[in-house]
Design a protein around this ligand. Structure first.
Ligand code: MRU
Length: 353
């Protein structure tokens, strides 16, 4: 085990230390492993916007702590200032990124707690919000482990599993969603190997998924995104497992740009396409994937990487960060309540009763 992992062999993406939030700076992995320290909602919002922390469940956890930090910061002042300052904190966090619904789910949960304790001494309110943030984080790990067990049963011994982006411990409070399935299958004694799409343009696969798997000695092979079809056509991929940022009520899946392409290829080659999806990622208010807001990111991510820009100056660029995989291409959703094969609106609704 590496010194970067917890005793449960897990990367600790967010941690509460000295009454502050610490988050691994995922922008500089794997070249550097370091934590940045956060003490306000505005700072956490900036950490989310700038991709220090990313991945839907991890963003939700960070937002919950952002609210708690703001309450702690304001608890020594007047109630009026506390209320307006905390409102602003909620607003800053809500504006940080648009697609991952876990962000809004976590903020709604924190608001319910705040509503339930209005009028209490400010220090008590802050403490209650902090407890809730701790609970969001602990619950996320429990959920990932439950999904992992359900998902592991779907993978045959010896499976070669393609994944896209990073839906690992780094994208969650621990264990991961898609990589959680792989970890759980490995823990169950199965010999699993991973094929990681590099995931242009932000390289979450090359920089983060490959790093996580190498840390834990899970065999991993890195490919450029345009190689997946070739490997499938040669019979070198047995299953696809990805995470998701938002699932609409009809089962359409928003995930990292390129996921749709992988799903189409998987269908063409008769390969199962699984989506690891905690219930906190399902948005029952949106009837179809077409309604999911898709973040557009900076052109410089496409014209180059960091300081190295290789495309012609002035070229027009599109940079949607997510795409929609229609439900009909999804073999099954893996949730903490079980596996939902061929997801549709009725099966998704049934998860919430
Ligand atoms: O832009 P990112 O890195 O936040 O995108 C992350 C993804 O698309 C993940 O696959 C998704 O959030 C699931 S994480 C368990």
């Amino acid at each position: 085990m590496s010194d970067r992992t917890s005793p449960s062999n897990n990367v600790v993406t967010l941690r509460w230390q000295d009454r502050k939030l610490e988050m691994i700076d995922q922008r500089v992995l794997p070249a550097r492993f370091e934590y940045l320290v956060y003490d306000s909602a505005a700072a956490v919002a900036e950490g989310i916007r700038s991709m220090v922390v990313r991945g839907a469940p991890a963003i939700g956890c960070a937002a919950a702590y952002g609210v708690a930090l703001e309450a702690i910061r304001l608890q020594g002042g007047l109630a009026e200032k506390f209320n307006s300052g905390l409102e602003q904190g909620f607003e800053d966090l809500a504006q940080s990124r648009p697609t991952a619904v876990n962000l809004f789910w976590a903020l709604a949960r924190m608001r319910r707690v705040w509503d339930g304790i209005q009028g209490a001494p400010l220090a008590e309110v802050a403490e209650r919000l902090l407890q809730e943030a701790h609970e969001v984080l602990a619950e996320d790990i429990r959920i990932n482990r439950a999904m992992g067990e359900f998902g592991a049963a779907l993978l045959p011994d010896g499976a070669r599993v393609l994944t896209h982006c990073n839906a690992g411990a780094l994208a969650t409070a621990g264990h991961g969603t898609a990589l959680g399935v792989i970890r759980s299958a490995r823990d169950a004694g199965k010999k699993i190997s991973v094929i990681a799409d590099e995931t242009r343009p932000f390289l979450q696969g090359a920089r983060l998924t490959a790093w996580e798997m190498v840390q834990e000695h899970i065999p991993v092979t890195l490919i450029a995104d345009n190689m997946a079809g070739f490997l499938m056509s040669r019979g070198e991929i047995d299953a696809v497992v990805v995470g998701t940022d938002r699932v609409a009520a009809n089962g359409d899946v928003a995930n990292k740009i390129g996921t749709y392409m992988v799903a189409v290829l998987a269908q063409r080659h008769g390969i199962p396409f699984y989506v690891a999806c905690p219930l906190s990622t399902i948005d029952l208010t949106l009837t179809s994937g077409k309604k999911i807001p898709i973040e557009e990111r900076a052109a410089t991510e496409v014209t180059g990487f960091r300081d190295c820009q290789w495309a012609a100056e002035g070229v027009a660029v599109r940079n949607p960060a997510f795409d929609i995989t229609p439900a009909e291409l999804v073999t099954a959703l893996i949730t903490e309540k079980g596996v939902v094969a061929a997801p549709d609106a009725a099966k998704i609704r049934a998860l919430f009763v």
